[in-house]
Design a protein around this ligand. Structure first.
Ligand SMILES: Cc1ncc(COP(=O)(O)O)c(C=O)c1O
Length: 483
């Protein structure tokens, strides 16, 4: 049996990378030759796939895209996206492999790099966000890491807004520092000049969250996109909370989107996952010396230059997959992608309900005598209301926070009295849930330290689910009586 390019590649790089000299060396040489060709084929394949997915990009409304984009079965094929639970892919003849080389046929090779189930869901998310390509990853954190490392190396830096998810703050402030990457934090209260003073010739991106978790600040896209582009760097946005149903950052000057698909996209708390989406508009070739990793030959891919070979619009996402997902080994699995796709099919319906329920709960809480304050960008009078009206006209998702009178004790009593809502270290799924940072994630801090950190002891983070609004409010009401 002829060794296929795929198996040669697998044997050469994945199974037996160190062969003895002599006969083994000969096998290695042949296999190395195959692997080089395979790598080349693989890159061409992604360009081919890009063209193909462009053809399938629909003009449908976003609600229809949630259901119909991505998997498009042919005659007699399964109606529902199949789970290709396979690490590898068989090719029956040299001719077929030849067809793959000639791009007459499409195919996958090894599921660390791509998988048919995962690829269909990537297509769907690309279509939902209006991008040019996407990569699903093992978690939201690995998506953020991928987005940064794809264009940032030791000795360089990024600028990030500080109102972002705590796990991302940790990645940026601690772990990336160990990699030699400096992260400079900015706040939206700073002037443009103050923020620009953080940017230098080694700055690679400006990062922010559309709706910050847990601060619930709304990103001023126009301002930060202009700041990033004036300084020649991409604007990278974590769009986890709104999802493309409520906000499409590429329409507001964002260049790269990241997601924790673990949240609303999955929506059922079943799958940890993440996604990087390329908007395809940032001009990496305008200043090629600044972006050598995308313009210069890549030695790990026999000298391919991503911008030149694939075009500006997919250079970033192609490199991220064939180089970094390959090397870091952070793909989403087929089973996870299947479950995520089920979640995406109802995303538009769930987001509508999350928004209307959260708005009703925030109105109810702001009128309650035991509640000191409520934060929800969709609530009239909230400091974020104007930005929310501009960028999130259809709603602000389901996460709200409020401060209960009586501090930590009252918050604990309130949470322990809830019957429908559950205490979980998670937000953004269909079930209403709560968390009191002072008694859980931030329990080591004193009340004074909590205030200094902007987290009052009585602060409760409420992730409003999709249950009937009357049941959610009745549960909160009876729990507030006990608080
Ligand atoms: C806004 C945001 N980004 C990223 C992450 C990290 O995602 P994951 O938990 O899927 O790694 C989270 C997790 O809560 C998040 O809220």
């Amino acid at each position: 049996m002829q060794p296929s390019a795929a198996s040669s590649f697998a044997r050469c790089f994945l199974i037996d990378p160190i062969l003895p000299l002599g006969e083994g060396f000969f096998i290695l040489s042949i296999e190395f030759y195959f692997s080089l060709w395979y790598n080349y084929y693989e890159l061409l394949l992604f360009a081919h796939k890009k063209r193909e997915s462009e053809e399938k990009m629909s003009d449908f409304k976003i609600e229809t895209k949630c259901i119909q984009s991505g998997y498009n079965p042919g005659n007699g094929e399964p109606r529902v996206l199949p789970i290709y639970q396979s690490t590898t892919y068989k090719y029956c003849s040299s001719e077929e492999v030849g067809d793959l080389f000639d791009l007459k046929a499409d195919g996958h090779m090894y599921s660390r790099i791509s998988n048919p189930t995962v690829a269909e869901v990537e297509k769907k998310i690309t279509d939902l966000e209006g991008g040019t390509g996407a990569i699903l990853t093992s978690s939201g954190m690995s998506a953020i890491l991928l987005a940064v490392l794809n264009i940032t190396k030791a000795g360089q830096n990024i600028v990030s807004l500080s109102a972002i998810y705590g796990g991302t703050v940790n990645l940026f402030a601690v772990t990336l520092k160990r990699f030699g990457i400096d992260v400079r934090f900015a706040t939206s209260a700073m002037s443009d000049e103050e923020i620009e003073s953080l940017i230098d010739e080694n700055t690679r991106m400006l990062f922010g969250e559309t709706i910050a978790n847990p601060a619930l600040d709304v990103l001023d896209f126009d301002r930060f996109a202009a700041l990033a582009h004036k300084n020649g760097i991409p604007f990278v946005v974590d769009n986890t909370f709104p999802t493309p149903i409520l906000c499409r950052p590429f329409e507001h000057g964002c260049d790269i989107i990241v997601h924790s698909t673990t949240k609303y996209m999955d929506g059922h708390a079943t799958v940890v996952g993440g996604c990087v989406v390329d908007g395809g508009k940032f001009d990496w070739s305008a200043n090629p010396e600044k972006w050598p990793e995308l313009n210069d030959p890549d030695p790990s891919y026999h000298g391919v230059a991503y911008v030149k070979q694939f075009g500006n619009d997919v250079a970033y996402i192609t490199k991220a997959r064939v180089q970094l997902v390959r090397d870091m080994g952070i793909p989403m699995t087929a089973m996870s992608a299947f479950l995520l796709n089920l979640g995406l099919e109802t995303l538009h319906l769930r987001m509508e309900r999350h928004c209307s329920n959260a708005l009703a709960v925030s109105k109810y809480l702001s009128a309650h005598e035991k509640v000191e304050s409520v934060s929800y960008p969709g609530l009239e009078g909230d400091p974020q209301y104007a930005l929310a009206q501009k960028y999130l006209p259809n709603g602000c998702a389901g996460v709200i926070s409020f401060v209960i009178k009586g501090g930590r004790d009252a918050a604990v009593k309130f949470m322990d009295s809830l019957k429908l809502a559950a205490i979980v270290v998670h937000v953004a799924d269909s079930r209403t849930s709560v968390l009191n940072p002072a008694s859980t994630t931030h329990r080591q801090l004193t009340d004074e330290q909590l205030v200094a950190a902007g987290i009052p002891a009585g602060l409760v983070r409420l992730s409003v689910g999709t249950e009937h609004i009357d049941d959610i409010i009745a549960d909160i009401e009876q729990a507030l009586k006990n608080a």
